[in-house]
Design a protein around this ligand. Structure first.
Ligand code: NAP
Length: 322
């Protein structure tokens, strides 16, 4: 039997990887829509169009990701609320009415990153259920904070994080068979729209080339510890979660290997064999309107860990080598 899967936001960084992962499997018929085919903020039109298609699976890869813009600009904040909170709720309702599986994505920025490590005891913000089963993430001096499990208390520090948390709640409220998948620091081929945001590694590769040419050092924040997520790996895991008929709920899907931005930059240049001077700086060296969690390492109590991000990064760099 062929499953009809609708991927919305299909030209985004994650959307493209989803189209590839489902498209190469004959068990699926993929419909890939982006802004040219549907405006998900226009609920009546979206409902009509999706209902006419009647997919078995609806995957929402649309997003408002301008974390800082929506923190300081109310018009941008309204856009974030529409796309990150209202739209997932409406799509969850549509999916439920069609008895379709609904997949939505969220972020580590729903956490405040301030849950201190309390060895052997329940720390503030901890759900108290599965944390003791979570894998140990490294020496204590490197990880002063516990990683977050799916049930841990969310407490967003930014408007963006709040809109994503409210979107999760809307899906939980209106969804029937649904998966809310949290990820962090996505990387992969950039979205196809002109001026689309490129991932950290693509930006840092160019910055490194320039630094080498000019004989200068690259600075990178030695903080905001979290896990990178390779879009193709996330897409394959999304498909596996659906195929396993996993229970509805929140899932954490990230690549293994928590790191700071500084550590990730050093790893990038090592893999590329580039001799670049990288200087660690504290987050305060790059003041931004939206506050970020100091440490938001996501951990899964429901699924096996994905491969290390360094292995995924090597693969990505080989594929994108000019
Ligand atoms: N990127 C990250 O580091 C990161 C981190 C944590 C979580 N996430 C989550 O991961 C998911 C995927 O993010 P992403 O980075 O792949 O996003 P993305 O690259 O920005 O792609 C989003 C796609 O959705 C389209 N879109 C936006 N508004 C739309 C609308 N009203 N109707 C139809 N299509 C619309 C966009 O078109 P335009 O380009 O024309 O706007 C774009 O093609 C999101 O839920 C995001 O919050 C991402």
């Amino acid at each position: 039997m062929t499953h009809n899967v609708l991927i919305i936001g299909a030209q985004g960084m994650l959307g493209q990887a989803l189209v590839a992962a489902f498209g190469e499997d004959e068990a699926y018929h993929v419909t890939a829509w982006d802004r040219a085919e549907i405006d998900v903020t226009d609920t009546p039109a979206a409902r009509e169009k999706i209902t006419a298609l009647w997919p078995d699976i609806i995957i929402n890869a649309t997003a408002y990701n301008a974390v800082d813009a929506c923190e300081e600009d109310d018009a941008e904040y309204a856009k974030a609320q529409a796309l990150n909170t209202r739209v997932p709720g409406e799509l969850a309702k549509i999916a439920a009415s069609l008895q379709a599986t609904f997949v939505h994505y969220s972020t580590d920025y729903v956490f405040d990153g301030q849950r201190p490590r309390v060895n052997g005891r329940r720390g503030p913000g901890c759900c108290g259920q599965k944390c003791q089963k979570c894998r140990y993430m490294g020496p204590e001096e490197n990880f002063p904070y516990w990683p977050y499990c799916e049930n841990d208390d969310a407490n967003p520090l930014s408007r963006y994080g709040q809109t994503k948390r409210d979107g999760e709640r809307a899906v939980e409220k209106y969804g029937s068979r649904y998966y809310i998948i949290r990820l962090s620091k996505l990387f992969g081929a950039p979205a196809t729209a002109p001026g689309a945001k490129r991932s950290f590694f693509d930006v840092m590769r160019d910055v490194g080339v320039k630094a080498q040419r000019d004989g200068t050092c690259v600075t990178a924040v030695d903080g905001e510890t979290s896990c990178f997520t390779y879009a193709p790996d996330l897409a394959v895991e999304t498909k596996a979660i659906i195929e396993d008929a996993a229970p509805s709920g929140i899932y954490h899907v990230v690549n293994s290997g928590p790191c700071t931005w500084y550590e990730a930059a050093k790893t990038l240049y090592e893999i590329l064999g580039m001799d670049v001077c990288v200087k660690p700086v504290p987050p305060s060296a790059f003041p931004r309107p939206a506050q970020r969690p100091a440490s938001s390492v996501l951990i899964s109590t429901k699924r096996s860990p994905l491969r290390d991000y360094r292995e995924a990064l090597r693969e990505y760099l080989v594929q994108t080598r000019a």
